[in-house]
Write a protein that binds this ligand. Structure first.
Ligand SMILES: Cc1cc2nc3c(=O)[nH]c(=O)nc-3n(C[C@H](O)[C@H](O)[C@H](O)COP(=O)(O)O)c2cc1C
Length: 154
């Protein structure tokens, strides 16, 4: 059984995890910041993180540290969601540095939706949208084909 752990804030990483789960028949999906006690039926763990200010979600690194200590007999893979696909290589490397060498890292695109955020987060999202529009760059979207490609590689 594959376990998909998502680490996000405004719902995109969870949505990407759900899209991935649809393509992985034998899989479970779980909020990575919550505690999961039983890993006995898991052979693969896929961690998904958003990017905030050029960094992975804090919980991602924390969870990977805890999992490494458990020395589970599982394979690890990861996916990233973010707004700026031009930086995807850099963002994927952040996960690559933490995961074992044989891990496959995917980039699933992202979303900017101010309606799903409050306060400063909402303001940052609105500012990101404004900047992209000023430069005539289309708004990010989750990439179904990238998810299919990821499934083929893991
Ligand atoms: C405070 C904040 C900082 C962000 N920083 C970055 C960034 O440095 N690079 C980037 O490509 N996207 C950045 N984004 C965009 C998010 O990665 C993108 O909206 C993603 O889909 C959010 O996933 P989530 O809804 O699961 O949190 C940022 C978004 C917010 C709200």
């Amino acid at each position: 059984m594959k376990l998909i752990l998502y680490f996000g804030q405004t719902g995109t990483t969870k949505k990407a995890a759900e899209m991935l789960q649809k393509q992985l028949p034998d899989s479970l999906i779980f909020d990575g910041t919550k505690k999961l006690k039983d890993y006995s039926s898991i052979d693969t763990i896929i961690l998904g993180s958003h990017i905030h200010m050029g960094k992975l979600h804090k919980g991602f690194k924390k969870k990977m540290k805890k999992l490494a200590k458990k020395k589970l007999n599982v394979r690890y893979h990861a996916f990233i969601v973010s707004a700026n696909a031009n930086e995807k290589g850099k963002y994927m490397n952040l996960a690559r540095e933490i995961l074992p060498e044989d891990a496959y890292i995917g980039y699933f695109g992202g979303e900017l939706d101010p309606a799903r955020a409050k306060g400063i987060t909402k303001m940052v999202i609105q500012e990101c949208i404004r900047r992209l529009q000023d430069q005539n760059i289309s708004l990010p979207q989750l990439d179904e084909l990238a998810i299919e490609d990821f499934v083929e590689h893991i």
